[in-house]
Design a binder for this molecule. Sequence first.
Ligand code: ATP
Length: 576
Amino acid sequence: MPEPDVYERVMELAKRRGFIWPSAEIYGGVAGLVDYGPLGARMKRRIEEIWRSFYVLREGFHEIECPTVGVEPVYVASGHVKGFSDKMVQCPRCEEYLRADHVAAAHGVPNPAALSAEALSGALKELPCTACGEELGQVKVFDFNLMFNTWIGPGSQRKGYLRPETAQGIFTDFPRLLRFYRDKLPFGTVQVGKSFRNEISPRQGMIRLREFTQAEAEIFVHPEGKRHPGFARYAEYQVPLLGCCAQDEGKEEPVRVAMKDAVEGGLVANEYVGYYIALTHEILVSIGVDPARLRFRQHLTTERAHYAADCWDAEILSGRFGWVELVGIADRTDYDLKAHSAVSGVALTAYIPLEVPRMEKRKRIIPDMKALGPKFRGRAKEVADALVKADPGPGGVEIDVAGEKISIPASLYQVREEEVEVRGEEVMPHVIEPSYGIDRMCYAVLEHSYGEDMVEGEVRRVLRLPAAVAPVQAGVFPLVSRDGLDRVAAEIASTLTAGGIFTEFDESGAIGRRYRRQDEIGTPYAVTVDYQTLDDGTVTIRERDSMAQARVKKDALVATLRGLICGDIAFSSLGP
Ligand code: ATP
């Protein structure tokens, strides 16, 4: 039997210790759906809180919460009804449905996501099925829309979809958000919640789920204002970047570039995109992604959406899956607002006052009421009101009156040229979107923090989770469960919990076993109460990573542990 790879080891530990479980396991489980067990749910929540500490607290972007079910026009406008599909193929031998580009990629076909259905079909002809291993032969590649659809209300009233991303709720709330932010640009809004994609044959555990959690920020900026007001924060911040030209030249290694140089040199399109690439790097490292296995890859021109000005993926290196996207950061220009404006008929623009008003020559229509009256009778006023708002054309204008298009010849109005003062203008904001996949982040943190070392002739499995992410921050053990040690330890555990430290009291089994258990769930500190505690009021703290121990006063434990957890105190400073 081959040795289990890192994915299998991490998932075995995650299952056994209550991080991740197959969903509906008693019914055989469902591909693409997972449950977070008690420790996983807490770790995930803490990762989301770290994300919020950056976006909501520091950036000042308000969070909104929209339904996960949306009506059809939303997804017609966003392009998901027409274009949110993957290319699928069915193996003629085992009848398994497969993602055509994934089969091609697994056999080294370069950039298969950019290939047409015909080209993919040709590329797959002599390749083996990834499920049964038989040659696929002449197979048809077809589009499969990834959205789950449903009906809203009984009796098939309105067609609806489970949202495939959280972003659309923010776009459809744009007019209210603009008012909330007092009609000023830029502003940002975030949403953290479930998204749904009916992925074809998801075999990658937490990487490809059918229901997953996204954390998305939509930052609405003036189309000509892509200099970030806080860019100085990250001007010198170095990020490993793999640009599209480097990829075209066959390079795979990113280069570390200060964000200022990346933007000035044109590698990154603008300061906004650069700022959120750097911020993403900071978040990912702070939750426990290994910086040596993290890169930012720019989309190739063939994979980038046609409307996007620039697009980068934060990718982590996984032992089994290779480079995996955790976050997409894009300058989406005005694509989303334009699309929703066209389908809803609502103007999704912001009125921006000019710093210096300017004079402009304008042509204005003066309706000839004497001529309009007899022609339109009771509707003459409505027609005149619409005419005043229209731009005069050479031979007449077309106006819209209560949904009816009416052509008005130039003989029914006069055109006056006048100079007007322009104090502001309507602009359609551009959108910068950093889009995070929380489940992939959880998996990346588990894999990158997983380690095995030999301790006293035994394999020690350890999750080196940052204290800010660990589901338990301190384990508290009595050396033995008698002579009052258990009572003192239980009191200490209550004091720590009351002090805001996630604590677990454990009195069962040999002390070595209890340390191993906490190591496996990533607990950074373990506190042991022994006989000396009864004499002098001190306890030992053991640090997970170095396995070093120090004695501290139990009365100072909350302050000491808090300092260790937030990094203000170094463990080595505690003495022996
Ligand atoms: P992929 O190409 O891997 O399917 P994507 O480019 O379609 O991903 P986006 O639409 O940019 O993904 O979504 C933003 C983030 O949401 C991704 O970076 C990823 O972390 C997460 N995500 C997308 N699809 C899934 C999924 N099926 N399961 C888990 N997370 C996902």
